[in-house]
Ligand binder design. Sequence first.
Ligand SMILES: Cc1ncc(COP(=O)(O)O)c(C=O)c1O
Length: 410
Amino acid sequence: MEWVETSRFERFGMLQVSRVAASIQPSATLAAAARAKQLQASGVRIRDFSLGEPDFPTPEHICEAARQAMVAGKTRYTQASGTPELRAAVASHYRATYGLAVTPDQVLISNGAKHSLHNALSASLNPGDEVIIPTPYWVSYSDLVAMTGAVPVLVPTTMEDGFRLNPQALRAAITPRTKLLLLNAPSNPTGAVYSRAQLEALAKVVLKADLSVISDEIYEQLMFDGREPVCFATLHPDLPARTLTVSGVSKTYAMTGWRIGWTVGPASLIKAMGNVQSQQTSNPCSISQAAAVAAITGDQQCVEMMRNTFQQRRDLVCRLLNAIPGITCPIPDGAFYAFFNITGLFGKTVAGKLITNSVSFCDGALETAHVCLVPGSAFGAEGFARLSFATSPEEIEAGVAQLAEWLRQG
Ligand SMILES: Cc1ncc(COP(=O)(O)O)c(C=O)c1O
């Protein structure tokens, strides 16, 4: 046996990283959190605002459903595309919430919304296709697109425009190679939300140019000030045939670790994605699927409680950040991130370090103020930093006070 192994290595040489794998960046948010943990391990108390996950425990009735699933022996492979119960529950959610006619064969359950996005992109893109991504954008989009051999086309939006893509900018970015628009609202990192009219204007351009859409609606239930979520696919009768809607339980039900996301779309494409998934991961965790059924079909008061709490924290964090000279924090309409402008601090020397961009700002904030943020450059938007307010008011008050104190040293 040993002889066989040796001769194989001689034939193929050392294992080398493929071009695709070598081109992929590690997730910037996970990298920031890892640096914070490193400092913490050396005894420094870090206020960590880098990760996008609710700090609430998963509601008890959902955990109980998981325990019952285990006791009932739901511990085996399920259908690769998800259990009939969960696919039916997701289909009902779209019918009840948005009036979108969805049947279970139009739903694919995956290992978190990130996996859903990967499957959606792999099943609908060919090398060389162009994908329009408004920036600032969620860190994983461009790498997920690049993994398919397609080309991410980044289209900037501005703080003044509420970080919303407008129809003119969309139209201007379209080329004969454009295949897809990748939309995300409420947005990570900006919290931007579109009105129905604004989405309809984008839908018109999409239909005229014969594009497809992936609409990442993972923060659909986290809209503030009484705003109602809008599902992009419902905006025109021709949209369901060309739209893949991605969402999941991670953010709505504080279930990031359970890894359940889904895609809703045309049955033929969902079937193709299911085929990919069946060769790739098989089914998502059977116990998590049972828990997700309980989350979607159970009492929704927990969602309202978390949404109200996030809204109070949003108000707190925006008030505190806007009181710091050099920082401008627009008010996010959804999700749980403050994406604030720091260009007023550029050229300033703080505690002996010159702030020139979002990375030097976040480095200084971490090393000196012991506050962990993610630089805007990671989201394709220099001049900003992201603070996740999915944490306690005490932590927010202490962290922003440390930031203010550090900046006063300039
Ligand atoms: C915009 C957006 N889409 C998708 C995801 C992935 O969600 P999941 O944890 O279900 O994979 C995230 C998580 O941070 C996100 O912010």
